[in-house]
Design a protein around this ligand. Structure first.
Ligand code: 5GP
Ligand code: ZN
Length: 116
């Protein structure tokens, strides 16, 4: 847990969120600034800064996040596909330094992978 981390605060219930799913190890909630008709985040409850600092000790929880992604996407109506994004570090334009997977989708194709 990190005292000042916004997502740790969400895990602790100090900041409200629109919850999609929760278990002992992971939490999923809707993004506050959705970039698609459906846009939610899957995070580990433990504070891991980013994929750049994750290591093999995080294997189980990282696997859990990905293994749940499809089921959670379908639960939010994304039955015809979705996009997963993990922004990492300065170059990846990571804004919140608590590792998270974005799940994005909607009725229409999302377009090219990167905006140029
Ligand atoms: P990043 O750029 O780090 O990959 O994405 C961070 C995401 O967290 C952004 O899409 C942003 O809208 C979302 N976000 C930031 N603060 C909050 C918050 O307090 N609540 C929720 N639900 N999402 C947040
Ligand atoms: Zn955190």
């Amino acid at each position: 847990m990190s005292q000042d981390c916004i997502f740790c605060k969400i895990v602790r219930g100090e900041i409200p969120c629109k919850k999609v799913y929760e278990d002992d190890e992971i939490l999923a909630f809707h993004d506050i600034r959705p970039a698609a008709p459906v846009h939610f985040l899957i995070i580990p409850k433990q504070h891991i800064e980013s994929l750049a600092t994750a290591d093999m000790s995080h294997q189980a929880v990282l696997g859990r996040m990905l293994a749940k992604a499809g089921e959670l996407a379908v639960s939010q109506g994304l039955t015809d596909g979705f996009r997963t994004i993990v922004n990492t570090g300065r170059v990846g334009c990571q804004e919140v330094y608590h590792l998270h997977i974005h799940i994005l989708g909607g009725p229409n194709p999302l377009g090219p992978m990167l905006a140029h």
